[in-house]
Design a protein around this ligand. Structure first.
Ligand SMILES: *[C@@H]1O[C@H](CO)[C@@H](O)[C@H](O)[C@H]1NC(C)=O
Ligand SMILES: *[C@@H]1O[C@H](CO)[C@@H](O)[C@H](O)[C@H]1NC(C)=O
Ligand SMILES: *[C@@H]1O[C@H](CO)[C@@H](O)[C@H](O)[C@H]1NC(C)=O
Ligand SMILES: *[C@@H]1O[C@H](CO)[C@@H](O)[C@H](O)[C@H]1NC(C)=O
Ligand SMILES: *[C@@H]1O[C@H](CO)[C@@H](O)[C@H](O)[C@H]1NC(C)=O
Length: 593
């Protein structure tokens, strides 16, 4: 969204168009002057953004910018109403324009506000999701594997439908003067797209996969369209005003939060008085309320206010732990990330689907984990073996440790913040399609299987309108001790494109020489090299020089303003949910200011 190429409409033409259009509206009803303000605002931005990135679509040729009716002088009697023009403008800003217009061709009620247009598109996506689900349910999949994959899809469909409905509700209930909760909508709608992709990925290649892909297409396109429209209403990235607000955030940061730079867990852990009084305590030795974490979770009351706080005493808990969607605002804290540990060894080499291999699964929104360890001990030869799968929106991990080999940490969807934590692994060990920021984290590369190379990240954005990405901010990327002496026999990279629009940023971090000078690695030939977005900003360390980096069109050395867009404030809309969040220290802007 932020930095792709703009089309070649000249500034003059843009402003001229905008002026003409503005004039027309001003002639219209005086009573809706406030609404006009909104519309004009949207249209200005439409003009700015409407064709950007269109050139990058490879499946469809870039379509020309929609012709504005009032630029044709021959339109007389048959003047389109303001509403249809608004629809045309807004649909013009999307990637699936025909699909967009189709939604409105069935509608009779007049539409006068951008918000109503957006609501109609999201409702359309919601309807498509419902019909896709019933269509998919009627497909008889031949293979056992496909049947199993479809079982997983059911949960994903439910989540997608629910989040689309919530989005419709959110947009519908925004007062005309109030702002839409853009951060939340972006998070939900991007998640809907990744649910669809996760469903598709569960299928083996073949007929079943093609069918399910086709069935989900309309939902994906309309969801993408709604993200495109919402982006019109939010700040234009990189503009002066946005760096101004980031600066304000930084000032707040200095007053309100310690900028916490130490990797030393012990200092923090000693201050155990910082930990809140738990509602329940889990202890292996029977000295708490429960002996397993799952028991403590299932004993939670169905309804509660505030946080539900679980204290996990020192011990290795060999159990599959799931914080379900019905368990929002859980805090789970331990005695230290190498003391209170959730472990497991499920893996895809033994036939478990990647999706199901996680030792710890976080679905409930607002999860905070502190001083906990998460492991998958399957080992380096067992292919994908996830330690933690995180889907929870507004999830926070502080002083935690994620240990595994391939696919250690699945940042599946929504917004996530990792602070002063450790992640270790070999291949694609931080992967997924969330908007995830890792701040002051230690990223340990381990020894891979023979003849394999390591990749720290594999971000999975499938649509360029998704507001997702993996950001390593003020992190240190280094080999784990045991790998140090052998590191030169293997190659390691910062990331590779799991999906076409993969987006990963490494900034203000230390990149040690374990990382190859080329920096990034291909997934499958030229796949994604033009559409991905890999950015680096102001890193240090032996492998931080960008001279010998890949020359893919999608790789970019960022400037400061661009880097700013990937800090907690703008990227996670973190000022709305990470401020005063239970003592979690957060840097909202860049460190080096
Ligand atoms: C807005 O919220 C109210 C309940 O507070 C609900 O009844 C109504 O359906 C919502 N409107 C929309 C458009 O979702
Ligand atoms: C958890 O504990 C807090 C105080 O420590 C209390 O206010 C809250 O009601 C408890 N919640 C539940 C669900 O028991
Ligand atoms: C954990 O339990 C699984 C099976 O339930 C077992 O295979 C594994 O060895 C156990 N791991 C540890 C560390 O005890
Ligand atoms: C979780 O906590 C947040 C912040 O305190 C609150 O706004 C939200 O309503 C809570 N969620 C639920 C489902 O209770
Ligand atoms: C690794 O590569 C070498 C050279 O190509 C080959 O001889 C060896 O068998 C490979 N090892 C494995 C485990 O595939």
């Amino acid at each position: 969204m932020a930095f792709q190429d703009f089309d070649q409409i000249t500034e003059r033409r843009k402003t001229e168009n905008a002026r003409k259009f503005k004039k027309r509206i001003l002639i219209a009803v005086v009573a809706v002057i406030l609404l006009i303000g909104i519309i004009v605002g949207a249209i200005f931005i439409v003009n700015k953004l409407k064709t950007h990135e269109a050139t990058k679509k490879d499946s469809k040729p870039a379509s020309p910018p929609p012709k504005r009716p009032d630029s044709d002088n021959n339109s007389t009697d048959d003047k389109p109403s303001t509403s249809s023009k608004l629809v045309e403008q807004m649909c013009g800003s999307t990637d699936y324009k025909d699909k967009c217009k189709e939604v409105f061709s069935k509608k009779k009620d007049p539409i006068s506000k951008p918000r109503e247009v957006i609501k109609a598109i999201i409702s359309g996506a919601s309807d498509e999701a419902k019909s896709a689900f019933s269509k998919a349910s009627e497909v008889s999949f031949d293979k056992e594997e496909e049947k199993k994959a479809f079982e997983d899809c059911k949960t994903l469909f439910d989540d997608a439908k629910e989040e689309l409905e919530q989005s419709v509700y959110q947009v519908g209930n925004t007062t005309s003067s109030g702002k839409m909760r853009i951060g939340l909508l972006n998070s939900w709608l991007s998640a809907v797209i990744s649910y669809g992709q996760t469903c598709i990925d569960g299928f083996p290649d073949g007929d079943g996969k093609s069918k399910i892909t086709k069935t989900l297409e309309a939902t994906k396109e309309l969801t993408s369209n709604s993200l495109a429209m919402i982006s019109l209403l939010s700040e234009v990235p990189g503009s002066k005003s946005s760096s101004g607000s980031s600066r304000r955030l930084l000032a707040q940061d200095k007053n309100g939060f310690p900028s916490w730079l130490t990797y030393d867990e012990r200092r923090v852990l000693k201050k155990n008085d910082e930990m809140p009084t738990p509602n329940v305590t889990v202890a292996k030795d029977g000295s708490g309320n429960y002996q397993s974490i799952s028991q403590a979770l299932s004993a939670m009351p169905e309804k509660y206010e505030g946080r539900y706080i679980i204290y996990v005493k020192e011990g290795v808990y060999n159990e599959s732990v799931t914080v379900t969607k019905k368990m929002p605002n859980v805090t789970i804290y331990g005695d230290g990330s190498q003391k209170s540990i959730i472990t497991g060894n499920k893996n895809s080499a033994d036939g478990v689907k990647m999706f199901q291999t996680a030792s710890f699964v976080a679905l409930g929104e607002g999860l905070i984990a502190k001083s906990m360890g998460f492991r998958n001990t399957a080992g380096r030869d067992k292919q994908q073996a996830v330690a933690a799968r995180v889907l929870a929106d507004r999830a926070v991990f502080l002083n935690c440790r994620f240990e595994g080999y391939q696919s250690t940490l699945f940042v599946q969807a929504h917004r996530q913040f990792y602070k002063s934590s450790v992640v270790s692994g070999t291949i694609d060990f931080i992967f997924g399609d969330a908007a995830a920021i890792f701040q002051n984290c230690l990223i340990y590369i381990r020894k891979p299987q023979e003849n394999h190379s390591n990749t720290v990240t594999a971000q999975g954005r499938t649509d360029k309108r998704e507001t997702t990405g993996i950001v390593l901010h003020k992190c240190q990327i280094l080999p784990e001790k045991e790998f140090e002496s052998e590191k030169s026999q293997f190659k390691s990279y910062l990331g590779r494109p799991w999906k076409e629009y993969s987006r990963t940023i490494v900034m203000e971090s230390t990149i040690e020489d374990v990382i190859d000078q080329q920096g990034w690695y291909e997934m499958d030939g030229d796949f994604g090299k033009k559409t991905l977005f890999y950015g680096e900003y102001n890193n240090n360390g032996d492998s931080s020089k960008t001279d010998n980096r890949v020359t893919w069109p999608g790789f970019k050395v960022l400037n400061k303003d661009e880097a700013m867009q990937f800090t907690v404030g703008p990227f996670l809309k973190g000022n709305a949910w990470l401020k005063n969040n239970n003592g979690v220290p957060v840097r909202f802007g860049l460190f080096d200011n």
